[in-house]
Design a protein around this ligand. Structure first.
Ligand code: URA
Length: 186
């Protein structure tokens, strides 16, 4: 069994936090291993919980369109979340739920060895880039940690709610495409 498959098996049995009691499925993550680009959302919604796959609801359809702007598809990037089980009523995952779950994502990233990580929304950005990250002010900016490039864009659900954020996000996606080309990720 591959290291990622072994990690998935362990994650599927997880009862580290109370979200385990209300989940239908653990949403571990999908994509090729290794992956040069990884997208990280906050946590599964209702559709994802029912299907066990990240970003399969309305936000997922928009994410697919965003990926195509970067010349990507689900076949050539990895998609995961900060927490693997659905928070009730789609509330933000609590800090203690994130703490209980983040080890799985850290292990995934160690195995995937990405060159670029794109945070989808403020929860992922605050967890992976900086706790005080401000998505409205800092989306589209690049930082580097341990040789990996990080950026954050608005969450697809935010773009569904507020279409006025879409032009800025289009510019961010072009910047991600440029960086991906430079780093030979696409
Ligand atoms: N929103 C997320 O943050 N992740 C998903 O997998 C789906 C919706």
């Amino acid at each position: 069994m591959s290291e990622m498959d072994a990690l998935r098996e362990r994650c599927l049995q997880c009862s580290n936090c109370p979200l385990a009691r209300t989940r239908n499925h653990v949403v571990f993550g999908v994509g090729p291993v290794p992956s040069k680009i990884v997208f990280v959302g906050e946590g599964p919604g209702q559709q994802e919980d029912l299907r066990g796959e990240p970003f399969v609801g309305a936000a997922g359809q928009l994410l697919d369109e965003m990926l195509s702007i970067i010349d990507l598809s689900r076949q050539n990037c990895y998609i995961a979340n900060i927490v693997k089980c659905r928070p009730p009523q789609n509330r933000d995952p609590l800090p203690e739920e994130q703490d209980a779950c983040i080890g799985y994502l850290n292990e995934q990233l160690r195995i995937l060895q990405p060159k670029m990580i794109v945070c989808l929304g403020r929860i992922a950005a605050m967890r992976l880039i900086r706790p005080e990250f401000r998505i409205t002010r800092e989306h589209g900016q690049w930082s580097q940690k341990d040789g990996v490039f990080y950026t954050a864009i608005y969450h697809p659900s935010a773009l569904l709610r507020d279409v006025s954020k879409r032009p800025e996000t289009f510019a961010d996606l072009l910047s991600i495409r440029e960086k991906a080309r430079t780093l030979k990720c696409i």
